[in-house]
Design a protein around this ligand. Sequence first.
Ligand code: ZN
Length: 153
Amino acid sequence: MTHWTLPRTLSAEDADTRMREGTSALSVVFSPDAPATAEALAAFSRDLASASVGVRIRITGPEADVHAAAAVALEQGALPEELVLVCDAVIDEAPVRRVFCVHCSHITRTEAPIDGTCDCDGCGKRLGVHRHFSRRHSAYMGTAASSVPGAPA
Ligand SMILES: [Zn+2]
């Protein structure tokens, strides 16, 4: 597997210079008709692998798809500062969120609202969906529902 290597540190001056010099950009757009399926994310991953160092990455689409792709980029070594995330609202549909289960590390896609609950697809625990958003996992944190104030046990 080819890993995408990016500089670990980039000074503000270097970043400004790169932007003036026309840093390359990679843009990916997801939609309900073109969701972030495993195949789509694999294709995005291949694009990242062949991208040049310093590329700026713009990801647009429904929230869960944008964060799924962001997780792929971060996993391949992109820095959060190199990502531009644009979350579209999906009309007539509840937003789908990614919830990271702290008990089994599985990420569940759910329409549950923040401070609501969902069932973990990994371990089956009833999870409370916290406001805390993990940039590392590109997902909201989920813990056993009994640990969320006001959530059903
Ligand atoms: Zn779990």
